[in-house]
Design a protein around this ligand. Structure first.
Ligand SMILES: N[C@@H](CCC(=O)N[C@@H](CS)C(=O)NCC(=O)O)C(=O)O
Length: 215
């Protein structure tokens, strides 16, 4: 399998966590958002949405959308399970994942921030305030949706943790304090000590050496 990745992409980070938890190795291709490589014809032929990540299977099929990729991995490589067998817990785990992937992350995505800045002329500070607002309000809801024990929803990591760890990284990156979120802080400590999650962290990726301004 070939994984199209970018170190600071929180959507790619979700999939890296799942690959790591399942012990799957993939060939990596790095798509630099800093250099706009996601917009190039080569990458668009893989993902017409021009978004990272994508996963190319050995038969040439290309999967996009981090949650769809994770659902594929769960079907193709069921152990360890990242979606609980219990239907209510499974729905709760997906709800945490979807609240991050659908309701928080898209509002602060690179192309959205660029549109606010370049087209609507909001200026850096107001774009940063926009990002912080949606992250903080989304995380206020997440604080009530999780029940650390010690992972988000129980003793083992699930798709909810695969989405929450990158969301915590984004909150820290964009200056949203976790002070008001004791449950999220508790799981953040668990993630920081979990080898598979640490291995998937942006700072541990080979393309993290790029140090120019953040996309
Ligand atoms: N819903 C998509 C979101 C993917 C996404 O937005 N990726 C970001 C990086 S985290 C990206 O490629 N942004 C490039 C851009 O906005 O131009 C998923 O979960 O895969």
């Amino acid at each position: 399998m070939i994984f199209y990745d970018y170190w600071r992409s929180s959507a790619a980070f979700r999939v890296r966590i799942c690959l790591s938890l399942k012990g799957l190795s993939v060939e990596r291709r790095f798509v630099s958002l800093l250099r706009g490589e996601q917009m190039g014809a080569v990458y668009r032929s893989k993902n017409p949405q021009a978004l990272v990540p994508a996963l190319e299977l050995d038969d040439g099929s290309v999967l996009t959308q981090s949650l769809a990729i994770i659902e594929y991995l769960e079907s193709a490589f069921p152990r360890p399970a990242l979606i609980p067998a219990d239907p209510i817990l499974a729905a709760r785990a997906r709800a945490v994942a979807l609240s991050i992937a659908c309701d928080i992350h898209p509002l602060g995505n690179l192309r959205v921030a660029e549109y606010l800045g370049r087209e609507l002329q909001l200026g850096h500070d107001r774009v940063a305030a926009w990002r912080r607002h949606w992250i903080a309000s989304g995380m206020t809801a997440l604080e009530a949706m999780i029940a650390p024990a010690p992972f988000c929803l129980g003793a083992e990591p699930t798709i909810a943790d695969a989405c929450l760890a990158p969301q915590i990284y984004s909150a820290e990156r964009f200056g949203v304090s976790l002070a008001a979120f004791p449950r999220i802080r508790a799981v953040a400590e668990v993630y920081a000590a979990h080898p598979a999650i640490v291995a998937a962290h942006p700072s541990a990726q080979p393309d993290a050496a790029q140090t120019a301004p953040a996309p």
